[in-house]
Design a protein around this ligand. Structure first.
Ligand SMILES: NC(=O)c1ccc[n+]([C@@H]2O[C@H](COP(=O)([O-])OP(=O)(O)OC[C@H]3O[C@@H](n4cnc5c(N)ncnc54)[C@H](OP(=O)(O)O)[C@@H]3O)[C@@H](O)[C@H]2O)c1
Length: 275
């Protein structure tokens, strides 16, 4: 095992619920000192209590709207002031960003891109600057999405926000090769958190029996976020740079890249595309 998280200071955004919350619990089980960020302070308080119980370490929560520039500028300083320098940043906060492009108001579009892309990039930039200045090691785990590698119809904003995150992390990995800074990109397909409920299925055809069966299969194949979180921790312990969840989606992406025209036609055919 390359990395040990016992007593390491882990900061997780979007940990009031969903995947971020499960990642917080999984890190806590490894004895990490986990701080969490989100907007819902009641929920954050509950999660923070559970973290303390699991880790036997202190845990603080920061109730903040990450789409606000002032929060993006001041969050890390507030965290450092309360509980010291961050060793591991997990960018899990996210908004879905699904639907026809014309259904988005400019403000909604900007909010999705801010929370999903700008915030992870900016927090990473600030942390790396601090780590390099203090000559210390660090790790950033970016929760991207399969859609960043394999965009689906009616997911343009979501896919764009996650593709940017993936490209950012890959480029940065080259740049930081000589520094003790590790970067892990996680690309989940579907997690059973409720995040994408309605958003994807709404646009599927559901006409033929095959469509109905595959829609049902899609629902069944949603990953248990607690199990997925444990896989992320294992990948981080092993010092991996990329993790697709489930593993089989790596093959899917390879197939898409190898013969993108027929695969794209197949994808388009599954959806009720509007003129
Ligand atoms: N679920 C999936 O199928 C799936 C698939 C691929 C990738 N992902 C990615 O995995 C990550 C977690 O997804 P999830 O399913 O756990 O989503 P979720 O259940 O909707 O949780 C999203 C989290 O982000 C936080 N958040 C949203 N907007 C925020 C803001 N403006 N400021 C601060 N926090 C904010 C929410 O906290 P508050 O409400 O308290 O602010 C919440 O803790 C996301 O980045 C998502 O894109 C999910």
């Amino acid at each position: 095992m390359k990395n040990n998280f016992q007593a390491r200071h882990v900061l997780i955004t979007g940990a009031s619920r969903g995947f971020g919350k499960e990642l917080a619990y999984a890190f806590a089980e490894k004895g990490a000192r986990v701080d969490i960020v989100g907007r819902d302070s009641k929920q954050l308080q509950r999660v923070s209590q559970c973290i303390r119980h699991l880790s036997k370490q202190p845990s603080h929560f920061f109730s903040a709207d990450l789409s606000k520039t002032s929060v993006q500028n001041n969050l890390l300083a507030a965290v450092r002031h309360t509980s010291g320098q961050v060793d591991v940043l997990v960018n899990a906060a996210g908004l879905p960003g699904f639907g026809p492009i014309v259904s988005f108001q400019a403000a909604d579009l900007k909010k999705v891109l801010a929370v999903n892309t700008l915030v992870p990039l900016e927090l990473s930039r600030q942390l790396i600057q601090g780590w390099q200045g203090e000559n210390r090691s660090g790790m950033i785990i970016n929760i991207a999405s399969l859609a960043g590698q394999l965009p689906l119809p009616y997911a343009s904003i979501h896919a764009a926000s996650k593709a940017a995150m993936i490209a950012f992390t890959t480029s940065l990995r080259y740049e930081l090769r000589r520094w003790p800074i590790q970067l892990l990109t996680v690309s989940p397909s579907l997690l059973a958190t409720g995040h994408f409920d309605q958003e994807t299925r709404r646009y599927l055809k559901h006409q033929s029996l095959v469509d109905q069966l595959s829609a049902a299969l899609l629902k069944q194949s949603q990953l248990d976020p607690a199990k997925a979180a444990k896989r992320v921790i294992k990948a981080a312990e092993m010092g991996k740079s990329e993790l697709d969840l489930p593993y089989a989606t790596t093959g899917l992406v390879q197939l898409y890249n190898l013969c993108s025209a027929p695969v794209r036609a197949l994808i388009a055919n599954r959806y009720q595309l509007k003129k």
